[in-house]
Each structure stands twice: as structure tokens, then as C-alpha cells.
Design a protein around this ligand. Structure first.
Ligand code: PMV
Length: 382
């Protein structure tokens, strides 16, 4: 490889949540999940890779700091699987499989905010390595999954379905695109970043505890998710927002009910998350239709879906109810939004600063290669 390869990869937000593995080793999910891939323009992981016979060891820099590759089993597994794939495609004695790899990666959004950064990060790592070694696409989800289960969904744009049923060898599960980002261009995503400093149980540990202790999880996996997945796929195909929104909110609520049913419980939502949930239900009630939906992952931040035509009126009510400490940096992301400052309803404002900021974004079309690199030709970060 005579040059650095750099790619960016998006965050994805699940509307049917993945929670629980049936095979820890292979990272096979207990249930189907379905996500929306966000636009890389506002949020992405960016990764540069160079490899060659002249490097003595694998080295990885993440967000400006060098990482210990030896101490990171997920990273090692990803490298190993990429090398196995190189051998499979190019022959067992192929020199490239022995080359050492230099990786430098960073996110253009705060990692600590719990915004699905590992999904974007691992999807980006695998996509960039695959591009650098000219490997084909069909094998990538199973490698990305080893870094973070949900990373396999960030390899596609638009609406993505990670299926729980396995192949004949019981070693793989498939990821399929239901519709591209251009299918529903009116869809807007807001991320309400909640002021919170409490450290939460990681999703890996949380889902393991749920599998071991939650009785509700079995009901969810067998009875609820199969029906919901079929219904939400239809709602997406029909662009039926209120159906899509109701299933999304019900699935988020059920996922957090499973977390509470886990023993000891995993508590990811805080009082601000609950205020957001109430506000969105009140808003939908006030407008007389489900115009806005929320979903929460393993943290207190809200991911909110709505159609463009409702953005301005919803944002003015949201900012009225959740006033910022500083207005200048409160709204981030898509810069062209006009807020109609007319307040239509009688919601009572809460104290200032419950939200750190609001990111406004839309759907996107998946990872891509770019020309601005994080590493020089010698494999050293700029
Ligand atoms: O990909 P992981 O192992 O970080 O798990 C993701 C779990 C959720 O974000 C809560 C749900 C999902 O499907 O993304």
C-alpha cells in the first residue's frame, strides 16, 4: 500500500433496539433491529489507515491519544479478522496479511456524550481497512460487529435491518438496507444532548445482565420484536409517519422497561429524559396527531424524529420549554433552519440548561472515502 486511505462513517440510531446476544463469541443478536443512518455531514467518525512491510507493529491513535492495541481485545479481533479475509481473498501466503497497520481515528462530535460513537468508529475502521486492502463489501458487517454490534448497521445508508436469523452454518447474520436515505428526505433527526455526568453500565455488560436475568426480555424477543419489525418496515415503505413514530416510541420504552427488569437494574434514563418523553407526548396531544417521536439508547440523550414541515414549530416549543444557558451554541448541525418564534401552546418552561445542546441532522447514505488525511506517509498522525 503506497498511500494513506481515509474514510468517514456515520452514526446510526435504532428504532427497534438490539439488546442481547445469542452468541457472545460471534456477536449474533437475539432479536432483529432496525436503524436510521445519519448524515455524515453533521456527525461522523473519520479514520486514516496505512499498512506496509516497513512498520514494526500495529499502532492506533483515537481522538488524539495512542491506544494500547494489546490491551484491546475487540480491536485485536477486528485486525485478525481483516487479516483472515486478506488471506481468504488473496491467498494464505499473501504478504499483505503480515503487514503491520497504522490507524488514526477521530470523531467530529463528543465521544463522551454517549452518541453511538463506537458504532461509527468501528464501522469506519472496518470500511477504511477494507478499502485500503481492496476487500469486498459482503464480509464487512460480520467483522464490524465484533467491535460493536450496532456498527454493522453503520456500513449502510438510509434504513437498515440487522436480521437475527442465522445462515446455514449458524455463524452469520445479515444486514440489509430497507430503503435509501432519499426514500424519505423529509425525515429530520434531532439529538437532544442531556446534561449528565453519571457513568452508565456499558451496553455490552448491560445486555448480558438482561439476557441472564430479565424475564421480560424473552417476551420481547419472541412476541414483540418480530411483529414490530414487520410493521415498522411497512410504515417506512409507506412513509407513514405516525405509525413509524408510535412503534419507535413503544420500542424505546420497552427497551428501557427491560433494563429496569434486569437485576440489578440498568438505569439509563434520568429525570431530564423523562421530562423530554412527557413533553413530546404533550406536544403530540396538543397538535392532535403524532408528529414527533423519541428514542433513547443506553444513555439519557434523546434522539427525536420528525418531518421537515413540523421542524420550525416543534423547535420553538422545545426551546421555550427547555431554555438554554447560552443561546449562541444551543442549536447545532444543519445551519439553514429558520425557527418560527411563535409559541402556539401553553407549555410551562423548565429551568435553564437541562439540555447542553440540540443537534439538527438528517438521514445519510453511509461511509465514504475522502482526501483529507489524519496520518502522513510514515504512519504518523499530523
Ligand atoms: O452496539 P452496542 O453493543 O454498543 O449496543 C447497542 C445497543 C443500543 O444502542 C442500546 C441499541 C441499538 O440497537 O443500537
Amino acid at each position: 500500500m503506497d498511500h494513506v486511505v481515509t474514510c468517514i462513517a456515520p452514526v446510526n440510531i435504532a428504532v427497534i433496539k438490539y439488546w442481547g446476544k445469542k452468541n457472545e463469541e460471534l456477536v449474533l443478536p437475539l432479536n432483529d433491529s432496525l436503524s436510521l443512518t445519519l448524515d455524515c455531514e453533521q456527525m461522523h467518525a473519520k479514520t486514516s489507515v496505512i499498512a506496509g512491510p516497513f512498520f514494526e507493529n500495529d499502532m492506533v491513535w483515537l481522538n488524539g491519544e495512542i491506544m494500547s492495541v494489546d490491551g484491546n481485545t475487540r480491536l485485536q479481533k477486528c485486525f485478525q479478522l481483516v487479516r483472515d479475509l486478506i488471506k481468504k481473498k488473496k491467498g494464505v501466503n499473501c504478504a499483505e496479511a503480515k503487514w503491520k497497520i497504522r490507524v488514526c481515528s477521530e470523531n467530529n462530535f463528543p465521544t463522551a456524550a454517549g452518541l453511538a460513537s463506537s458504532a461509527a468508529g468501528y464501522a469506519c475502521l472496518i470500511y477504511t481497512l477494507a478499502t485500503a486492502f481492496q476487500l469486498t463489501d459482503e464480509d464487512l458487517p460480520s467483522i464490524a460487529r465484533q467491535g460493536s454490534g450496532s456498527a454493522c448497521r453503520s456500513l449502510n445508508g438510509g434504513f437498515v435491518h440487522w436480521r437475527a436469523d442465522v445462515d446455514k452454518c449458524e455463524s452469520d447474520s445479515t444486514v440489509v438496507q430497507i430503503a435509501s436515505d432519499t426514500h424519505w428526505p423529509e425525515m429530520i433527526v434531532l439529538i437532544l444532548v442531556v446534561n449528565d455526568s453519571k457513568k452508565k453500565t456499558s451496553s455490552t455488560i448491560g445486555m448480558k445482565q438482561s439476557v441472564n436475568t430479565s424475564e421480560l426480555l424473552k417476551y420481547r424477543v419472541n412476541e414483540c420484536v418480530p411483529k414490530r419489525t414487520a410493521q415498522i418496515i411497512q410504515a417506512i415503505k409507506d412513509k407513514h409517519f405516525s405509525k413509524f413514530a408510535e412503534i419507535t416510541m413503544r420500542d424505546s420504552n420497552q427497551f428501557h422497561a427491560i433494563c429496569l427488569d434486569t437485576y440489578p437494574p440498568c438505569i439509563y434514563l434520568n429525570h431530564i429524559s423523562h421530562e423530554i418523553i412527557s413533553f413530546i407526548h404533550d406536544y403530540n396531544e396538543a397538535v392532535g396527531q403524532i408528529k414527533v417521536a423519541y428514542t433513547f439508547d443506553a444513555g439519557p440523550n434523546a434522539f427525536v424524529f420528525l418531518e421537515k414541515e413540523n421542524l420550525s414549530s416543534f423547535l420553538s416549543e422545545l426551546i421555550h420549554v427547555f431554555p438554554p444557558n447560552h443561546f449562541d451554541t444551543y442549536l447545532r448541525g444543519i445551519s439553514s433552519i429558520q425557527i418560527n418564534s411563535r409559541i402556539m401552546f401553553n407549555f410551562t418552561p423548565k429551568e435553564k440548561g437541562l439540555l447542553k445542546y440540540i443537534m439538527v441532522t438528517k438521514l445519510g447514505n453511509g461511509p465514504k472515502c475522502i482526501n483529507s488525511h489524519l496520518l502522513n506517509q510514515d504512519g504518523i498522525p499530523y
